[in-house]
Design a protein around this ligand. Sequence first.
Ligand SMILES: Cc1cc2nc3c(=O)[nH]c(=O)nc-3n(C[C@H](O)[C@H](O)[C@H](O)COP(=O)(O)OP(=O)(O)OC[C@H]3O[C@@H](n4cnc5c(N)ncnc54)[C@H](O)[C@@H]3O)c2cc1C
Length: 459
Amino acid sequence: MNDALIKEFEAIVGKENVMHAEADRQAYSYDAAVLEPVVPDLVVRPTTSEALGKTVRLCNENALPITPRGAGTNLSGGTIPGRKGVVLLTNSLNKIIEINEQDMYAVVQPGVVTAKFAAEVARRGLFYPPDPGSQAVSTLGGNVAENAGGLRGLKYGVTKDYVMGVDFFDVNGELVKAGSRTVKCVTGFNLSALQVAGEGSLGVINEIIFKLVPPPAANKAMMAVFDSIDKASETVAAIIAGKIVPCTLELMDKKTIELVEAFTKAGLPTDAAAILLIEVDGHPAQVADEAEKVVEIARRIGAIDVRAASSDAERNKIWEARRAALPALARARPTTVLEDATVPRSQIPTMIRAINRIAEKYNVTIGTFGHAGDGNLHPTILCDRRDKEEFKRVEDAVDEIFEVALSLKGTLSGEHGIGLAKAKWLEKETSPATIAYAKKIKAAIDPKGILNPGKIIGA
Ligand SMILES: Cc1cc2nc3c(=O)[nH]c(=O)nc-3n(C[C@H](O)[C@H](O)[C@H](O)COP(=O)(O)OP(=O)(O)OC[C@H]3O[C@@H](n4cnc5c(N)ncnc54)[C@H](O)[C@@H]3O)c2cc1C
C-alpha cells in the first residue's frame, strides 16, 4: 500500500492505530480456524465511531477489501483477509454505553468483551445468557456477526434472541440505524437481522442494543455417568421428551473425559464411556422438581452414577471442567479441527454412532463433546496438519460428518459460522436459488464486493 494512503488512514485513527510492519500484519493473517493464513496490506484500529465510519469510507473509495475483526476467535476463517486489504479492528470500541435496569436493555460498542459485559450486567442484578466457550476474550460484535451460541442455548437461546437493534456502517461509511430500545419495534425492514450471522459481509457493526432478562433464582448442576455413549445420548433425548428444558445439557465422550481430567484434575470418572453435565434453573421449587426428574430419567436409562453439586464450588468445578474440553483436547496433538455440525436433538444417538464409525473408517482420533441438548455436537479431530496423508483423511472424515448431519436434516454449523471454511458446502444444505438470492443481496449492498470478501457465499 502506498505511503500517501497509509497517511490518510493515520489522519483518521492516529498513527499509533495503523499497523503496516510485516510482523503486525502477520499477526492478523489467521484466526482460530485451521486454514491457510492470508497477510493483509494494513491493519487499522479505530477508537471512535466516527473514525470507524471514516475508515470504512476510505476503504470503499479505494476499493480496499475490509475484514472486520473482534478477538479473532472464530472457528470458520471469518477474519482471514481473503483478498488482503485492510483488517479493521473493532476491539478498541469497547464501551458499555448504557445498562438500563428499568427497561432491561443494554447498549454497547462492538469491542466489549462478552464475559466483562455479562459480569457488569450481573452486577446490576440482570442476566445476559449467551455464553460462548470463548467468552473470556470474544467480543460482542463478533458474537453478533457469528450469532454465537453457548452452554445455555438450550433454554435461553443464542445471541440473535437478545439483539434488539444494531447500528452499523454501510460500505459507504454511512451510519444505518436499525431496531430500538423497545420490546416491540416494527419500524421498517428488520435490518438488524442482516447483521446477525452476517460475518461482517453486509456492514460493520458500530453499536448493539441487547435485551436483558432477570436472573434465575436458583440452579442445580448434576453429572450423570454412563458406561455407554448410547445410553448418554438416549438420556438427552428422554430428558427433553420428558418436557424438561435444562439450561445446560452437555455431553463428553471417553476421549474428552480422559484428556480433560488429565488437564484439570476436576475428579471426572475416567473409566466412564460418557458423562452428561446438566443444570436446571428457575424458581427453587421448580429446580428441585426438575432435578429429581432428571436423576430419575438418567438412572432409568442406565446411568451408573448421578452426582449433584452440593455447593457453588462443586458447581463451578463441573462447568470449569466442561469449559476446559477444547483446550484439553488441543493439548493432545499439534492440530485441532473442531466441527459443529448440528442435528435435530432426537438424532443425537444416530449422529454420535456415525461420528464413531467415521473415526474408525478414516483411522482418525475424534473426541466429541458439546451442547447435546441443542443437537450441537463438537466432534474434534486431533491430528497434525503437517502430515499430509493424515490430514487428507481428516478432511475426508469432516466431509462425511457433514454428509451425515445433512442426511439427518441437520445443519453445517450450529454456532461457528460458515466463513471461508464451509462456504463450499452451503449449497448442499440450501439450494442454488438460496445462494443466488444471497448473492443478489450482497451485490446490492456491497457492489464492489469489499466487505469481508469470500465469506459465507464464496467469491
Ligand atoms: C476456545 C473457543 C471456544 C469457542 N466456543 C464457542 C461457543 O461455545 N459458541 C460459539 O458460538 N462460538 C464459540 N467459539 C467461536 C468464537 O469464539 C465465536 O464465533 C465468537 O462469536 C467470535 O467472536 P470474536 O470477537 O472473536 O470475533 P472474530 O473472530 O474477530 O470475528 C468473527 C466474525 O465477526 C465479524 N466481525 C467481528 N467484529 C465485527 C464488527 N464490529 N462488525 C461486523 N462484523 C464483525 C468478523 O469479520 C468475522 O466474520 C469458540 C472459539 C474458541 C477459540
